[in-house]
Design a protein around this ligand. Structure first.
Ligand code: LLP
Length: 463
């Protein structure tokens, strides 16, 4: 073993301070395929490569911090979802996880549809050539201008989220001489086991209309009366980063029972149900996510069974995975700046990014993995906290992890599974420049979202 450069941190066999970690991994150089995208590998010289390109070359060419997105992995995940659900169902990628024009083109090529939740996402989707009829428009407070643009463009569906919106969309469609296809978003009363801020099917929250108490049934009544609307189905999204299929199954059962009530009251069998997104991914080796085919099989079985029992035609199912497609496809590459051992506690490793490129640790207490990727090391494991360069002590990227004790300033470290909700929730806090997204494929990197510049900041500052 090489001599430790940072003697203060705990070692193998020591009693470790409070934290989220288990024991140090047996081999710090190993890259768990659960958390790294499929073309990531460590070559004989110790360097990690993605899409056949060494991270050291990527850092030279594109700088750090930067998100590197494995295009082959992204396309393979799209295909896995499409194949799992088959031709009788629709997969809508949730653009909020990460959206850019290149991503829209890949989705189009791979036969996926797209869920957008703002005017900005809608513009990106249309600009990159996604056919409007393959777009679903979401949101709990879409404004009139956004609705008008979506209806005028001919989006495949608007997902209605309130009584006001039912009327608003109907009026706008009438005015444009259109009949807009819509779904009604319902809250099914499932407690998804995830962080409170990303759970969305319990009743006390801003999304949807509750099944319990009859709000959802009332929304259906109102929507069916309006000429500007064609009610095609019911939508449910129970939350995000969920590992257990049971919540989706309960949601599916409750949505089907609403379809039966609608048939009984109105004599109409709605042809579609959307069961939302939310399938979890592995951020650390301790996570065990379900595969798309497992969720597809479970959902198909429950919907078919419940519909048969209610004597309903089986509706067309759609789903809206965001994180499960893009999350595992990217890692964030950082350069180590300063290293500060705190006696008996842990070693603070500061990188050139932070909460501005990954707010999830601060916001949800999210857990991440980290690895030294510019070289391999035989040094002992050192307990670290990877922190950013922001003026805030909560600026933590990886709360607890192990890196080799010979870690030094200038080393490159990478945090995997940052493809979803990292660039899309990035900020300019402390006037940080949001990092680029570089797609890597077949031996080359290509910038798909460029790095922000200080000129970009000044351009917005018109005072
Ligand atoms: N459909 C709807 C209606 C949604 O609201 C969402 C996510 C999705 C689909 C996609 O969910 P996914 O498959 O990505 O879990 N910022 C949080 C996640 C917020 C999710 C919001 N809605 C995070 O970083 O964990």
């Amino acid at each position: 073993m090489s001599r430790s450069a940072h003697p203060a941190g705990p070692r193998h066999g020591d009693v470790l301070p409070e934290g989220h970690y288990s024991a140090p991994p047996a081999d710090l150089n190993a890259l768990d395929p659960k958390v790294w995208s499929r073309t990531v590998t460590r070559t004989a010289d110790g360097k990690v490569t993605v899409g056949g390109v060494a991270v050291t070359r990527l850092a030279e060419e594109f700088g750090t911090p930067a998100y590197f997105l494995d295009e082959q992995d992204f396309r393979a995940r799209c295909q896995a979802w499409r194949d799992a659900f088959g031709p009788d169902a629709d997969v809508f990628y949730a653009g909020k996880a990460f959206l850019s024009r290149a991503v829209v083109r890949w989705l189009h090529e791979e036969g996926l549809n797209l869920d957008v939740c703002s005017g900005g996402e809608l513009t990106t989707a249309l600009d990159a050539g996604m056919p409007a009829e393959r777009i679903a428009f979401h949101g709990n407070n879409k404004n009139a201008e956004e609705i008008e643009r979506a209806v005028a463009a001919g989006v495949g569906r608007v997902v209605l989220d309130s009584f006001q919106e039912i009327v608003r969309v109907a009026h706008i469609a009438d005015r444009l001489g259109k009949r807009q296809r819509v779904q009604i978003r319902v809250t099914v009363g499932v407690e998804a086991h995830t962080h409170e801020f990303i759970a969305t099917a319990h009743e006390d929250q801003k999304f949807g209309l509750a099944l319990a108490g009859g709000q959802a049934a009332e929304a259906v009544r109102r929507a069916l009366k309006l000429d500007g609307l064609e009610l095609i189905g019911i939508h449910s999204h129970i939350g995000s980063q969920i590992f257990d299929t049971a919540g989706f199954e309960v949601a599916a059962r409750r949505v089907v029972s609403l379809l039966a009530e609608i048939r009984d009251e109105h004599g109409v069998e709605l042809p579609e149900i959307d069961l939302g997104g939310g399938l979890g991914i592995a951020y650390t080796s301790d996570d065990d996510p379900r595969e798309p085919h497992e969720i597809a099989t479970a959902l198909r079985a429950i919907v078919t069974r419940e519909c048969a029992a209610a004597n309903l035609r089986t509706p067309r199912i759609s789903v809206e995975p965001g994180r499960a497609i893009v999350g595992p496809t990217a890692f964030t590459l950082y350069e180590v700046g300063t290293i500060k051992p705190l006696d008996g506690l842990r070693t603070y490793v500061s990188v050139d990014g932070g909460m501005s490129d990954n707010i999830r640790t601060a916001l949800y207490d999210a857990e991440y993995s980290v690895a030294l990727v510019s070289r391999s090391s035989d040094a002992e494991p050192m307990l670290v906290r990877v922190v950013g360069k922001h003026c805030e002590s909560g600026d933590i990227v990886v709360r607890d992890a192990f890196l080799p004790a010979d870690l030094a300033p200038g080393d490159l470290i990478a945090v995997p599974a940052t493809g979803a909700y990292c660039r899309s929730m990035a900020s300019n806090y402390n006037h940080a420049l949001r990092p680029p997204v570089v797609a890597v494929n077949e031996g080359a990197g290509r910038v798909i979202v460029r790095r922000e510049t200080e000129e970009d900041l000044l351009r917005l500052d018109v005072g």
